[in-house]
Design a protein around this ligand. Structure first.
Ligand SMILES: Cc1ncc(COP(=O)(O)O)c(C=O)c1O
Length: 427
């Protein structure tokens, strides 16, 4: 008996039956009518329970975001300090669209023009640091830790330990969780990776006392973000710089949350007059497109081919979006805008504190601010703000945090504070 093998032409002649069968077996192959979709239930069914959430966001424009029912929110969460230019900024949209038609991805085996352009801009803004791009803040910090370990191996007799700060946050990978100075992020994954220890923030003597022959570097957020918006003092940062010089240590600044102009300067460490050897960035660097960056000053710029790598890091779309974002932040005077609006926001928060007893303290720099609560009521306040069309976030159960888009206007701040005032009054 002879059998005839099906050919490619046969498949083309009978596509509909095959396709119908396929769709029956895999309904997601075709778009489902939106009105029939229960996103909350579907999320529970298909997504791991890493986030507790129930609001479905559909689109955004400027400082506004809209849920699946068309309800509008003033967005002061901004992707937790990520949508620095708000939503759908035309410069970022245009850059992504243009790049997508030219080259979406190319291996890091080849030079890509957008990557070099973004590195050039960051070299300028950092005063001469060369870049390595990744996809997230945690990855940027992983690269920084590896670089500090290499420096320790070459210059400090194999030293590998990183000293970081209590209340810090550096990411969710195992090494960055180990560097994070908050037990709640570590407890479930013990033992944490070897080679990390934490000391109190803003305490130079504690760093000195913790430094041993094993220490390779110091990792710090010049303004702690997740910990509750705590700026380091200038004396302390300058003391860390001098200690690193004296002891041949690497000073790493994690600018993932505080960088990109959020504090009114491009890097938050510029406020303190102390230059790090390594800087890490992510969040707002590409206006919402995933990216991370690890910048190294000449002293620490010691990676060689093969030491480190990534498939997606420095992807042309991410870098095109990054360059467009930087051109707006630096080229359109957004840093001054952040400083001015930051004072306004600070004054408005202080006025709220005068009025509501539950607020016990306020602090921050630029558009990175917070207030503390007498009781653990941050979630209640966020819920009540949400009912009034305002998205704000917290830093722990007793601190409300403000990290709005850098393009926010005075009228938006007025509206936000009015809504927050009402939310606080409704407690
Ligand atoms: C200071 C700091 N470092 C690192 C990270 C981790 O960044 P990612 O979530 O992009 O890994 C964060 C995230 O909140 C952060 O605030």
């Amino acid at each position: 008996m002879t059998t005839t093998k099906p050919t490619a032409a046969d498949a083309v002649e009978t596509p509909s039956a095959t396709h119908d069968q396929l769709v029956q077996a895999h309904p997601w192959l075709v778009e489902q009518p939106r009105a029939q979709r229960d996103w909350v239930a579907l999320e529970k069914q298909f997504y791991q329970s890493t986030f507790k959430r129930s609001l479905v966001m559909e689109r955004g424009q400027g400082v506004r975001v809209y849920d699946a029912d068309g309800r509008e929110y003033l967005d002061l969460v901004a992707g937790i300090a990520t949508n620095v230019l708000g939503h759908a900024h035309p410069s970022v949209v245009r850059a992504i669209q243009q790049q997508a038609t030219q080259l979406i991805h190319v291996s890091n085996l080849y030079i890509n023009e957008r990557q070099v352009e973004l590195a050039e801009a960051l070299y300028d803004l950092s005063g001469g640091m060369r870049a390595f791009f990744s996809n997230s803040g945690a990855e940027a910090n992983e690269g920084a830790i590896k670089l500090a370990r290499k420096f320790g191996r070459l210059n400090r007799d194999g030293a590998y330990e990183i000293i970081s700060m209590d209340r810090s946050f550096h990411g969710r990978t195992l090494a960055t969780t180990s560097a994070t100075g908050q037990q709640k992020y570590q407890d479930t994954w013990l033992p944490v990776a070897d080679g990390f220890k934490q000391v109190p923030f803003n305490d130079l003597d504690a760093v000195k006392a913790a430094t041993t022959a094993k220490t390779a570097g110091i990792l710090i957020e010049a303004v702690q973000g997740e910990g509750g918006i705590y700026p380091a003092s200038a004396d302390y940062m300058q003391g860390l710089r001098a200690w690193c010089d004296e002891q041949k240590l690497i000073l790493i600044c994690d600018e993932v949350q505080a960088g990109m102009g959020r504090t009114g300067k491009f890097f938050s460490w510029e406020h303190m007059g102390a230059r790090p050897d390594i800087v890490t960035m992510a969040k707002g660097l590409a206006g919402g497109v995933p990216i991370g960056a690890m910048l190294a000053a000449p002293r620490a710029d010691i990676f060689e081919p093969g030491d480190h790598g990534t498939t997606f890091g420095g992807n042309p779309i991410a870098c095109a979006a990054g360059l467009a974002t930087l051109r707006v932040i630096v080229g359109e005077g957004l840093l001054d805008h952040v400083t001015t609006l930051g004072y306004s926001l600070g004054a408005r928060i202080d006025a709220l504190a005068q009025k509501h007893d539950i607020i016990t303290g306020t602090r921050g720099l630029g558009l990175m601010r917070a207030f503390d609560l007498r009781e653990a009521k941050a979630q209640d306040i966020m819920d009540r703000a949400l009912e009034r069309g305002l998205l704000i976030t917290n830093a722990g159960p007793s601190t409300i945090r403000f990290v709005p888009p850098l393009i926010i206007q005075r009228a938006d701040l007025d509206e936000a504070i009015e809504k927050l005032d009402a939310a606080l009054a409704a407690l």
